[in-house]
Design a protein. Structure first.
Length: 394
């Protein structure tokens, strides 16, 4: 992550009608120690399992070679010479687009046979200086690849797509020649103008859904859009547990008070400390939205107040099982998961005072002490959800 902006990556896809497997593959990785973000989209020729395998091979190579800092020409050559070539059409079986964003926002895009990537700044389309490279492949067929480099600024967006988007609607209705890049650009700018802070995920979904509608909801090709959005990070603080030493109570309350972003307190003792030190009353409720958990409470200036270890344990379970089709309820743990999913940076403060209740051998085994539950949450946030996470013990 850059010091000045957060890089949000969102994608949406639809498979060719009748196919359960998508022939487009999207991969993304944040290389934490280098502050880099690498995004890859590959479109395998045709559709179904074969297209998926070829796109997976291409995208995986592209991601790994880019991470190794190989130059654009070298990456393209290796991919071209590894991929099988169609004996009739003499073309490689998969396209690819690679976005490599370095710590200071320096960005390189490499594109082979996908529609032109789009760069939007202040609701205008930028025109990167595309350089053309000719790759001499082993089959003696020269292939043209385009590359550009520019500095990404806060509120910039990059949009890449497979040709299922630009060719949607081909042969019927309004778009006899397909939706086309110009119409995609027009819709993109309209959506950003109407919703200046529209998320990467939502924007990619809007474009894919429009392409699906163009095809009368019978997709003639795999359709994919990936959006990279550079913006102010959405920050969340989760504080749970009293400090090991009682004289640190004031410090804990100050950390909560001074945090810029959303705030969640997990645990009655934690809430009592913050309430006492900051002189903010706690309003308890009888809103039993989850039969397994005590209800939430309210404090001015705090976004959510819940019970502690039980709620965190359930939060960890929900995060572990969370997927695109997951349905979140209104219980305390569900509310924490919602806040986590909508945040980019999650800062956790874990008190290290031992709560005797959690050491009772008669309690369920799952009732782990706070420290291990929080470490489990941190691991899921970093590995599965690719969130920026800090953990502080107090």
């Amino acid at each position: 992550m850059s010091d000045s902006f957060y890089i949000e990556v969102g994608s949406a896809q639809r498979s060719h009608v009748g196919e359960r497997i998508c022939g487009d593959i999207f991969l993304s990785e944040k290389i934490k120690e280098e502050g880099r973000t690498v995004v890859v989209l590959s479109d395998g020729m045709g559709h179904g399992v074969k297209a998926n395998l070829l796109a997976t091979l291409t995208a995986t190579m592209a991601l790994n070679f880019t991470k190794e800092h190989k130059d654009a020409q070298k990456i393209a050559e290796i991919i071209m010479n590894t991929l099988p070539v169609c004996s009739e059409r003499k073309i490689s079986y998969a396209t690819f687009t690679i976005i490599d964003i370095e710590k200071a926002g320096q960005t390189t895009i490499l594109n082979y046979d996908n529609p032109d990537p789009l760069h939007v700044r202040e609701n205008e389309l930028m025109k990167p200086d595309w350089q053309k490279m000719t790759i001499e492949a082993d089959d003696q067929t020269p292939k043209e690849i385009t590359a550009c480099t520019f500095k990404l600024l806060k509120e910039d967006r990059i949009v890449i797509m497979s040709d299922g988007i630009t060719q949607s609607g081909l042969g019927k209705g309004r778009y006899l020649l397909g939706w086309g890049l110009e119409n995609v650009e027009e819709m993109l700018l309209t959506q950003i103008k109407d919703q200046p802070d529209v998320s990467a995920s939502k924007l990619s979904s809007l474009l894919v859904n429009k392409a699906h509608a163009n095809d009368e909801y019978q997709a003639k090709d795999d359709t994919s859009v990936v959006v990279v959005y550079c913006r102010e990070p959405r920050r969340l603080l989760i504080s749970s547990g009293p400090p090991f030493e009682k004289d640190k109570d004031k410090e804990l309350a100050s950390l909560v008070r001074d945090f810029e972003g959303k705030k969640i307190l997990c645990g009655g003792t934690t809430a009592d400390i913050v309430s006492r030190e900051l002189k903010i009353p706690i309003d308890d409720t009888l809103e039993f939205e989850d039969p397994d958990l005590p209800p939430v409470a309210y404090m001015k200036g705090i976004d959510l107040v819940t019970e502690g270890i039980l709620t965190l344990s359930k939060t960890a379970g929900l995060l572990e099982q969370y997927g695109p089709d997951s349905d979140l309820g209104k219980g305390p743990a569900d509310l924490i998961v919602r806040e986590i999913l909508e945040s980019d940076e999650i800062h956790l403060i874990a008190g290290t005072a031992i709560n005797v209740a959690h050491q009772d051998p008669n309690l369920p085994v799952e009732l782990e002490i706070r420290r291990s539950v929080i470490k489990k949450i941190v691991n899921i946030l970093e590995q599965k959800l690719l969130k920026e996470v800090t953990l502080r013990f107090i």
